[in-house]
Design a protein around this ligand. Structure first.
Ligand SMILES: [Mg+2]
Length: 253
């Protein structure tokens, strides 16, 4: 899960700007954690504490309100009884990493991914995107070979993961259906966490979320380098660091 947080932090300073050259500095004083990290840790905390997803997402968001949330999510987060609002956005897959690490099997991964998505993003494309990312992490950490994993994503979710189409970038796409295929492809077509995240960031657009999702899957496939993992806590607030510490102790990643 730390791979998702690190990806968000690395991608944060390029969101909505021109894509950087590939050799950009991963960590920089302008990097910060964004809504991707807050929501990822809210879902992780809910899973570890058997807390409900909506309550955890609201509590974390209210503690960290200025982190680049979408307007509809923010309104939902500050209204205790607000229903899900049909979003097809990439918020559902961007916050799902912990499910991939804590689920015991494919059915549980799909069920938990859908459950955490559905409190806000109850559009089928957002639920599918969250399930794809959770399943990719579960299968990768289970040792499923990358080619087989990639084929499962194509077969089960209908994604086009051909690099010549998935890795073209351009535009600012916040849909789950437009974000998950390039993020997965960045993880599948590279040989390290760092290369996956650089590939995702260089697509431009919603760079923190592309890098968050690519980083979450790349961590399960390639592993997260120790120096990257070590850099993350200094960017977080103490309450968020505490979630990372408890998750790492529970899961080992
Ligand atoms: Mg963000």
């Amino acid at each position: 899960m730390l791979g998702a947080i690190a990806g968000d932090i690395v991608g944060s300073r390029f969101e909505g700007r021109d894509p950087p050259k590939r050799d950009f500095a991963l960590f920089h004083p302008q990097c910060r954690f964004t809504d991707d990290s807050v929501c990822t840790l809210a879902v992780a905390d809910a899973l570890m504490g058997d807390r409900d997803f909506a309550g955890s997402l609201r509590a974390f968001t209210q503690l960290h309100p200025d982190r680049g949330y979408g307007g509809m999510f923010l309104a939902w987060a500050f209204t205790d009884d607000a229903p899900a609002y049909g979003s097809w956005g990439n918020g559902a897959p961007m916050r799902v990493a912990a499910v991939g690490w804590l689920a015991r099997d494919e059915i549980e991964a799909r069920d938990l991914a859908a459950a955490q998505a559905s409190v806000t993003h109850n559009h089928p494309a957002a639920i599918a995107g969250a399930q794809a990312v959770a399943l990719a992490i579960l299968l990768a950490r289970s040792g499923v070979p990358r080619a087989e994993l990639r084929q499962r994503m194509i077969t089960d979710f209908g994604y086009d993961l051909a690099p010549e189409r998935a890795l073209v970038g351009g535009g600012f796409d916040v849909s789950a259906a437009g974000t998950v295929p390039p993020a997965l492809t960045a993880a599948f077509e590279t040989d390290s966490w760092e290369a996956a995240v650089r590939t995702a960031v260089c697509l431009g657009g919603d760079t923190d979320t592309l890098a968050c999702i690519a980083g979450s899957v790349a961590e399960a496939i390639h592993g997260l380098p120790a120096d990257i993992a070590a850099a993350v806590p200094s960017y977080l607030t103490p309450d968020l660091r505490d979630v990372v510490t408890r998750f790492t102790a529970a899961v080992g990643s």
